[in-house]
Design a protein around this ligand. Structure first.
Ligand code: F6R
Length: 240
């Protein structure tokens, strides 16, 4: 596990971008695993800036997102597909046919999970971007999720619902469940790029890096992956 600590938001984005661009340059038909949330925004800003200034093309890039809320219309501004369009896809030349994200509005949620798992099984994700929850979750794999899990529906914990309430007008609007890539599928990516910033992540970051490998802290499973880069700001790094 390589741990890099950024001194500013700009450096945080630049360090993450540096890991991404190496992969995209070495294989313009690569497969990227993407995350939503506040943390990867400086990375997506750096990718958009580079695309505008240097013309890096994403025409042949395929993407897989980690998760999506259940029951939120795709057009809702807080759906994860809307988030991705706003923060990245509309700012680069990706072909939306190559974008994969679980469909949280599927009539048959179990069939949707199987469909997504089957796509992931055929894919080979070159780099997977991850954030971390204050409770150590990765994607929406909450504490207690088995390490060999595949795409599944989760009931979000009260902690995750209250953490995500900042994006909605009231906490009651936060969806109570989501579809998430499983931990087993995340671990199949060739490289993992975990990003964390802010004091509220410091305990989870400590447990991920220094704690025991246990489902109590889903992110601790990263200790078992051969190629992980962790990028932190100073507050998230304060306990390690
Ligand atoms: C998002 C995701 C979540 C977030 C995590 C941190 O696709 O999978 O695990 O990465 O909840 O969220 P932020 O970045 O908003 O603090």
């Amino acid at each position: 596990m390589r741990i890099l600590i950024a001194q500013s938001t700009e450096e945080f984005g630049a360090l993450a971008f540096n890991e991404m661009i190496k992969i995209i340059k070495s294989n313009p038909s690569c497969t990227l695993g993407l995350a939503t949330g506040s943390t990867p925004i400086p990375l997506y800003d750096a990718m958009a800036k580079d695309h505008a200034e240097n013309g890096t093309s994403y025409k042949n890039v395929t993407t897989f997102n980690l998760d999506e809320y259940v029951g939120l219309p795709k057009e809702h501004p807080e759906s994860y597909i809307s988030f991705m369009k706003k923060n990245l896809f509309s700012r680069i030349d990706i072909d939306m046919k190559n974008v994969n994200i679980p469909n949280g509005q599927a009539d048959d949620i179990a069939a949707e999970c199987k469909r997504y798992s089957a796509l992931l099984e055929k894919a080979s994700v070159d780099i997977q971007v991850l954030g971390i929850g204050g409770n150590g979750h990765i994607a929406f794999n909450e504490p207690g999720t088995p390490f060999d899990s595949k795409t599944h529906r989760v009931q979000l914990t009260q902690k995750t619902i209250s953490d995500n309430a900042r994006f909605f007008s009231t906490i009651d609007e936060v969806p109570k469940s989501a579809l998430t890539m499983g931990i087993g599928e995340i671990m199949r990516a060739k490289k993992l790029l975990l990003l964390a910033n802010g004091k509220n992540k410091a305990d989870a970051v400590y447990n991920m890096i220094k704690g025991p490998v246990t489902t109590d802290c889903p992110a601790s499973v990263l200790q078992n992956h051969p190629d992980v880069v962790v990028i932190l700001d100073q507050s998230a790094a304060e306990k390690i």
